[in-house]
Design a protein around this ligand. Structure first.
Ligand code: FES
Ligand code: FES
Length: 179
């Protein structure tokens, strides 16, 4: 196999100007839970890391750190995303909502209260992510069927096996909102 010799390689000075940042920290502005934050982050920092390590919003959990479990779910402009799969630099002007921003902290969100009522929490590591997906579901589908709830939480891994309780909790929260 022919290997490229140094003389075959384009000279760095001839390469098109790359739109790169880093490896050093760069400034970043993030809108999180209704507040604007100015951070200094290295380009490989994920949104999950920025939230936990720079903003102290540790309700967002990092479990697999590779998009497989959904424990790190937050909202970007109201849509659930795995924050371990989003670079903080990619967020741009979109509004980030974490579990801490779900309510004004004076009271629990009805879905949080229903999780407690229906014993849908064991170790709790998957819980914030699950709640973010369940609340997003109720916002777009206030009266979901069991099938719709299962579909909404299908990417969430709960090693403690709370799924039947999560289902009951979301159905109950939907009824509460109805009342
Ligand atoms: S920690 Fe992000 S998907 Fe598992
Ligand atoms: S409650 Fe333990 S992983 Fe879900």
């Amino acid at each position: 196999m022919l290997e490229k010799t140094p003389s075959d390689r384009p000279d760095a000075a001839q390469r098109p100007e790359a739109d790169t940042v880093g490896p050093h920290a760069v400034p970043l502005t993030l809108r999180v839970n209704g507040m604007t934050h100015t951070l200094s982050i290295t380009p490989e920092t994920t949104l999950a890391q920025a939230l936990r390590e720079q903003l102290d919003l540790t309700g967002t959990k990092i479990a697999c750190d590779r998009g497989a479990c959904s424990a790190c779910t937050v909202w970007l402009d109201g849509a659930p995303v795995c924050s371990c799969m989003v670079l903080a630099l990619e967020v741009g002007a979109r509004e980030v909502t974490t579990i801490e921003g779900l309510t004004d902290r004076e009271a629990l969100h009805p879905v949080q209260a229903a999780f407690i009522e229906h014993d849908a929490i064991q170790c709790g590591f998957c819980t914030p992510g699950l709640i973010m997906s369940c609340v997003a579901l109720l916002k777009r589908t206030p009266h979901p069927s069991e099938h719709e709830i299962r579909a909404a939480i299908s990417g969430h891994l709960c090693r403690c096996g709370t799924y039947p309780h999560v289902l009951s909790a979301v159905l109950a929260a939907a009824r509460t909102e109805e009342a």
